[in-house]
Design a protein around this ligand. Sequence first.
Ligand code: SF4
Length: 392
Amino acid sequence: MNTTKTKALGSQPKNTLGIYCHIPFCKKKCAYCDFTSLSAQSEERIGEYFDALEKEIRRHKEINGVLPAVDTIYLGGGTPSSIAPGYIEKTLSLIKEVFVIEDTAEITIEINPGTLTEEKASRYKKAGINRISMGLQAWQDFLLQILGRIHSQSDFIKSMEILKNVGFSNISVDVMVGLPGQKRSDVMATLIALMSFAPTHLSCYSLILEPGTPMANWVAAGQLNLPDEDEEREMHWAVDAFLKEQGYDHYEISSYCKPGYQSRHNIKYWELVPYLGFGLGAHGYFNSRRYGNTNALSQYIDVIKAGESPATLEAEMTPREMMSEWMFLGLRKLCGIRDSDFFARFGQSYWNRYGEVIKPLIADGLLNWDGSFLKLTPKGQDFGNQVFMAFL
Ligand code: SF4
C-alpha cells in the first residue's frame, strides 16, 4: 500500500505537524533563481551547516517540549540531491529521534536531474523517503540551457530510470511555462514526454522574473524575449486541459495529481496547519506564530553556535491576520473554501468578515459561490493575485 495517499482536501488532521528542512546547496545557480540556494560550497562549510541544522532542531525541541506527531517531512532546497547522501540520512534520523513520526508520514525530498545516482536513491529509500519531487522544468535542452539548469533531457530520463529501479512510485515533477523562446508546442511536448513516466503529481509554475537575477537582466537588455501574457495564459490552459484529459486533478493553482496523491505537506501551507521550518531561510508557522530564519549562511551558523535563534522575523499572528491568510491561501485550492470550516476555526462566517470583499469578486466573475464552497473561477485563476490581494 502506498502510505502517502491522502484524505480529501480540507480534512487535514488538526493535531499534526509538518517539518520542512531547507538544504540550500546547488551545483550551480540557475539564471532565474532567487531562492535561498548557494553554489560552490566546500565540504567543510556543508558540514558546518548540518551541525548548525542539528543544533537548531534540538533547540526547538528543548524550548517547546512535547509536540504533536509529525505526519509530513519535506527536505527542500536548493538541491538536496547535490550533496552526499549521508547528510540526508543523518538529518532524517535526527528528526526521527527528536520528534514522534507517524508510520504513514509523507517524507519528500527534492531532487534535480544530473545529481542523482542509484546509490543516493537507494539510501534515500532506506532512510524512509517515500516521495520525490524532481525539477524537470522543460523537456527541450535549448530551454534548459536558457534557464541555466545543469541537466539535460537525458539526465532527466536517467534519473527517472534510477527512481523506478530503486522502487519509488510517488514522484512529482516540476515544469515551467512562460519561458523565453518557449512555444505552446514545447510545453505540450514536455507533457506528452512526461506521461510515459506516469508521475503521480505535477507542479506547473509560470516563470517569474526576479529583479537582480541574470535572466531579468537579459530580458531588460532585450537579449531574451518572454512570451506575452496571452501566450503564457494559453500555455497554462493547454496544460490544464491536457492533464485533466490524462486523469490528473487540478487541486491547487499550480498543482495537479492523480487521485489521492496531493502533496500532504503543501496542503498544510494552504490550510494554516502548523509546520516547523528548519535551516537557512526556512519559515515556520507554529503556536499561532510565524517565523523566518536568516538567509545569510555565516549568520545562520554563528547565531546557532552562540545558542541563539536564527529567526530574523518572528511575529504572533493576530486573529485578523490568520483569517486573512486562511482566505487567500485557502483559495489557492481549486475545491475552494467552506464557510463552515471558517466558522469552526474563527467563530464567525466569512460572509460576515469578508462579505464586502467577496461580493465584488463574484460580480467580476473571479470567484464562484456554490452554496457551500467559495472558489476561484477560471478567470479568477488568471487573476489569482488580484483575488488574493483583496483579502490582505
Ligand atoms: S536548482 Fe533550483 S534552487 Fe538551485 S539554483 Fe536552480 S532554481 Fe535555484
